[in-house]
Design a protein around this ligand. Sequence first.
Ligand code: PEP
Length: 252
Amino acid sequence: MPRIPLIAGNWKMYTSLAEARTLAGAVVSACKGLTDREVMIAPPFTALATVAEVVRGSQVRLAAQNVCWEEQGAFTGEIAPGMLRELGCTMAIIGHSERRQIFGETDALINRRVAGAMRFGITPILCFGETLAEREAGQTMAVLERQVRAGLSGIAVAEPANLVLAYEPVWAIGTGKTASEEQAQEAHEFVRNLLLDMYEKSIAQQMRILYGGSVNSGNVDALLRQPDIDGALVGGASLKADSFERIIHFRQ
Ligand code: PEP
């Protein structure tokens, strides 16, 4: 069975409420009639309720940019999965390199977030990727293996759609430097084989692995033509309606 491509927009810490409403409206329009791909947007927490109203009834899925593992409690600054569900969120980005690098999130913490999200019916998009220094030191695959195995430690997956992975080389995020199709495919194939080692074949073969890192309207087609690239996690280019529309309409 072919994997359904997923185009995911990460708005990071951008957009006022008015901007979020307009951008979400443009994404909803861009998706009309598309049946062979899924589209998701992750506004900042403050805009989730506003964007939820705009995407309601459309095929655009709503995601959070992070999620706590606890149902409720004394966790200042965190958001519980149930709170996100209440807003209509069905997905959450977890382990983004900005969380790892700027906010010190560890593989162990990220693993708790993945487990918590899944327990409450939120589909995690688990991000992982090597830094430039790690790539230059020949450690790329070892880093990917550590992050994927640790991030998914103890995580059972009953349905392949319940978990999404995203390979995001740190050196390609927000830098305008994209991994070549060959570099990306090599990493994705490696991770696919890891999944095959960790999960049943039918599950591992159906799980989606997105590529993220300076994806834009000019490089999306070539990246998504690679056999193990099942979609894109897009930062900067998801903030401009025209470029994100072109990415949504990628041609394989
Ligand atoms: C991201 O935020 O996950 C990302 C890949 O950003 P950009 O597309 O701007 O590199």
